[in-house]
Each structure stands twice: as C-alpha cells, then as structure tokens.
Design a protein around this ligand. Structure first.
Ligand code: SF4
Length: 357
C-alpha cells in the first residue's frame, strides 16, 4: 500500500450546526467523498465482480459468497460458479445439490441453497433478470437488507445506504472516535450513513464501495494502518490516541463445534459421486473406521471417495480425526438433512446419504 500523500489528507470533520453534533456538514461530506473516492481509484483491488462488463447476476453471486467469507477464498469459487451458471436461469435449472457441491469450502453452506432458491425466484418472478428495486430484492430467498442494498448499489448503480462491517468500522472511527462498531446496528449509524451518501447515483455507489475497500485494506479491525490512510488527518479515533474498544467481538469458535462436524460430514458427501452409506459414515465420524472403502461398503463406490484406494481421502481422514461421539454425529446428520443440505434415502441400516436433488 502506498503511503498517503499530502493531497490525500483533509481537515477534521466539523459538525453541522443544529444537528446535535456528530453529523458532518455538506462541505465536510464533500471533502470526504473526494478523498475516499480518489484513494479508491488509485488503490482498489481489481476484482471481477467490479469489472465494467459485470452482470447483475455476477454481483449477486459475489454478495452471497462474501457475506461471511474472505475475498481470497471466494474468488476461485465465484469464477467456477459463473462459468457453470452464467445466468440465474442456468443455476435454477441445476439440482440444488450441485450448488452445495460447488460451494466447496466457503463455509455456511446454507447460503448455497439460498442462492439456488433466489436464482429460481429471479427466473420465475423477474424473467431471469436480477431486479434493481430493493423491495423486490428483499423478497428473494436469502436476501436481507444489507444484501439487497449491496446488489442495488453495486449491480445497478442505485443510490442507497450500504452498511457492512467495514463501512461501519470506518465511519465509527473517523466520525465517532469508536474503535469498533457495536454488535447491532444503531439508528444513529444509519442516519450518519444517509447524511454522508452523495446525491448522485453513480457517486453514491462508488462511495459505498470505496469506504468498504478502505475498511478492508487499510482500516482493518485488528491492525489499522493509519500511516497509509487518506483519512488520518481527520480521524477522531486516531486523534484520541486509538482508545481500546468498549466491547470486544466474541469471535466464533470452530474446533470441536457442531459446525465443524457438520462441515466435515458435508465435505465427505460433497466430494462423493455416489450416495454414502450412513452407518459407515457414522463409524468414520466416531473414529471407529477410518477407511470407508473397505468391506463395510460395496467396494468403495458407495462412498465415492476414490474407488478402492486403500488410503482414506482427505475429507474422510479429517472427519475421522474429529472423534465425536455417535449421538453427536447422528444429530449433525439429522441437522444437515433438516436444513436440506443432504438427503437421506432408505431405512434402518441401509440408509444412504447424498446431496439433495
Ligand atoms: S486513520 Fe486509522 S483508524 Fe482512522 S480511518 Fe484511517 S486507518 Fe482507520
């Protein structure tokens, strides 16, 4: 990252008289726009969902994937999805299980099912065109207020308030002197974001993505690089000596969690190309049997994890190493089935696990 030059820095924010303090004046807002958008044009990453020839569908897929997954992990999966399913109609015509399989290791795989359901809704209700209207977007499966705003802004260039974690953090630090945003969005934050939004549609869309990019690359949660920041001269948090946050993010545990177990089971099913024997899967997950390609199955094909190769595949080995007890494994399987991420066929000891249709 290039050090911010003198042309990048601007004066501290002055509150607008009569606003109760805290809200920037129009002049200050204009200076912020110029500074941050200028920085964005010089430093933004070249991401394919921002390219001039992007489609609204490409943006929509990226927004689903980026909700809880970093850009670097999203990129190859996004490219594969757009290659396989270049339109909502193409994805809608595929089995939902293929969406789950192609989601790979992005995590939170219910997003794959929701994106598939959203593709169907776009195809059926909107003739295959991702709508620009936020109300219509909000009515799609898996689309919440943030995603609707992001699609309207980044796919269609609409003027709308987009507030993700990065934007909230930058606004909180620069204008309110707060180290980290509160766990829940406040009315004051939304009002501030609305006041700051440029009047012009295209500039508003660029402003949103520019602040987001500044938060992702410079004003990061753990290691803000204030020396490289174009807003350093006007940042209230920096001026206050970078005080500690009032509340610490809790962070999400992974090791030993049900989420980890579900992910490991789903990885085995996802990478199989045949239904997987449920009881053999349970034995593997409890560490009783490491190799599902042995006599417990039909010679290997029932697990679909590499035929009759005697060495267990990566997903099998990972699942076996977790060593959860049987009741927990069955709970995880039932949960995956209840969420529609896997389907269970047959009964008793002949039950098979597969991706959904
Ligand atoms: S000066 Fe530091 S804390 Fe303030 S916006 Fe820039 S990177 Fe963030």
């Amino acid at each position: 990252m290039t050090q911010a030059g003198p042309e990048d820095t601007v004066a501290p924010v002055r509150p607008t008289p009569g606003t109760g303090g805290g809200l920037p004046s129009p002049d200050d807002a204009g200076a912020l726009h110029e500074t941050v958008i200028g920085w964005y044009h010089r430093h933004a990453r070249d991401l394919p969902w921002r390219s001039a020839d992007r489609t609204a569908w490409a943006v929509m897929v990226s927004e689903f994937m980026l909700q809880q997954t970093p850009v670097v992990r999203v990129l190859p999966v996004w490219e594969e999805w757009l290659r396989r399913w270049p339109t909502p109609a193409a994805l809608a015509a595929a089995p939902s299980g293929e969406a789950v399989r192609a989601w790979g290791r992005l995590g939170y795989p219910r997003r794959a099912l929701r994106l598939h359901a959203a593709a169907k809704a776009v195809t059926e209700r909107h003739g295959g065109h991702v709508p620009a209207d936020e109300e219509a977007l909000l009515a799609l499966p898996g689309v919440g207020s943030y995603t609707a705003a992001a699609i309207a802004a980044f796919a269609h260039g609409r003027r709308t308030v987009v507030l993700d974690t990065n934007i909230r953090r930058v606004f909180g630090r620069v204008l309110r002197g707060e180290a980290l945003p509160r766990p829940s969005m406040t009315v004051a934050e939304t009002r501030l974001a609305r006041v700051l939004l440029p009047a012009d549609d295209a500039e508003a869309a660029t402003w949103n993505v520019a602040v987001m990019e500044l938060g992702a690359l410079v004003c990061t949660a753990r290691s803000p690089r204030c020396d490289d920041c174009p807003l350093a001269a006007r940042c209230a948090w920096l001026a206050a000596g970078r005080p500690a946050p009032e509340h610490q993010p809790t962070g999400q545990a992974w090791a030993g969690t049900m989420r980890q177990l579900r992910g490991a089971i789903l990885a085995v099913v996802r990478e199989a190309h045949h239904p997987v024997d449920l009881e053999a899967l349970v034995r593997t997950a409890t560490g009783t049997t490491v190799d599902l390609t042995g006599s417990d199955t039909d010679g290997g094909s029932s697990t679909g994890t590499g035929g009759t190769d005697s060495s267990p595949s990566g997903p099998l080995r990972t699942l076996s190493a977790l060593g959860h007890d049987e009741a927990r494994v069955r709970t995880a399987l039932d949960g995956l089935a209840a969420d529609g991420l896997v389907a269970l066929d047959g009964a008793g000891h002949g039950r098979m696990v597969r991706l959904p249709d």
